[in-house]
Design a protein around this ligand. Structure first.
Ligand code: PMP
Length: 308
């Protein structure tokens, strides 16, 4: 069954629309110019973990592209709760997406209306238990994350996923599970859809998200590690440091916490740090106030309006 051929409803511009009828026109600006912004969220026990943080990031991503989503954060949160409930989901994934419409066709999005859809579906983690135990096998990507002069890297925007998609496909075709990306300086940045942590001398080290997504899971994991009294260092990380790490793991909404079993020829044994944080994380996502911002979720400040 394709993603367009399912039962259930999608929240689309204020209405719950039957799944198969949630459509848009082929001359939609976002389809041609990559201007859609989106989120990936996860439902645990009927509630969306860090719903407030994800909804705020969605609005912020649009602002970084110089457009405004015509619903408030509170409205987006309520719409999400409504559509999760309407689909009767206790666990699963949620994809909110906002995009510029089809009133005009051209590079400029001025004159288009902004749309919003929220689609939730039942989906457990994509990784098998075996992959989780042994760790995933990753390779190094060829494309690099651009600097802030070249792209608004803190926006979760469709257009910026082009290099992720190419690298993910290249990795899968070569028999790997994912690829690690460097940034424009040659420092380690993240994978194609998750942040990265290294365990060095017993402490956590993670690249400073200068111009890539400062993941909501990443922030939650940093808080959990600090609560255990572990050091968490956010800094430039050279790719050579991968060889010094006793553990490497990825964090993201879909991935949760995934141990890395190898980076090309270098092997790792999934270890106690990722295991402990996974157990802590599974408790955290089920806490009664899990829909909030959490302790240290950060949002990139919206860019100064580009047109000003
Ligand atoms: N980086 C990229 C490129 C991603 O797509 C994601 C997933 N949204 C992340 C990092 C992790 O972010 P989060 O923990 O907020 O899901």
């Amino acid at each position: 069954m394709g993603m367009d051929d399912r039962d259930g409803v999608i929240w689309l511009d204020g209405k719950l629309v039957p799944w198969r009828e949630s459509r848009m026109h082929v001359l939609t600006h976002a389809l041609h110019y990559g201007s859609a912004v989106f989120e990936g969220e996860r439902i645990y026990d009927g509630r969306v973990f860090r719903l407030a943080a994800h909804s705020a990031r969605l609005i912020n991503s649009a602002r970084l592209l110089d457009y405004e989503i015509p619903w408030s954060r509170a409205q987006i949160e309520q719409a999400t709760r409504d559509v999760v409930k309407a689909n009767g989901l206790q666990s699963g994934y949620v994809r909110p997406i906002a995009w510029r419409g089809s009133e005009v066709m051209g590079v400029s999005g001025i004159g288009t209306t902004v749309h919003l859809a929220i689609a939730p579906w039942a989906q457990e983690g994509k990784l098998s238990v075996q992959a989780r135990d042994a760790g995933i096998n990753v390779t190094m990507a060829r494309y690099r994350r651009p600097s802030a002069d070249f792209a608004p890297g803190h926006a979760k925007v469709a257009g910026l996923y082009i290099i992720c998609g190419i690298e993910k496909d290249r990795a899968l075709k070569a028999g790997f599970d994912d690829a690690l990306m460097l940034d424009w300086k040659g420092d380690l940045s993240e994978s194609t859809g998750a942040n990265i942590f290294l365990v060095i001398d017993g402490g956590l080290v993670t690249p400073t998200p200068e111009n890539f997504l400062d993941g909501i899971t990443r922030r939650a994991v940093m808080d959990l590690a600090r609560k255990r009294g572990w050091t968490v260092e956010e800094r430039r990380v050279r790719p050579e440091e991968l060889a010094q790490a006793s553990e490497v793991f990825l964090t993201g909404t879909a991935a949760e916490i995934v141990p890395v079993g190898s980076v090309d020829d270098h092997r790792y044994q999934p270890g106690p740090v990722a295991r402990t944080l996974t157990a802590d994380f599974q408790k955290l996502v089920r806490e009664p106030d899990c829909e909030g911002f959490g302790e240290s979720t950060h949002l990139a400040p919206p860019a100064a309006p580009l047109a000003a």
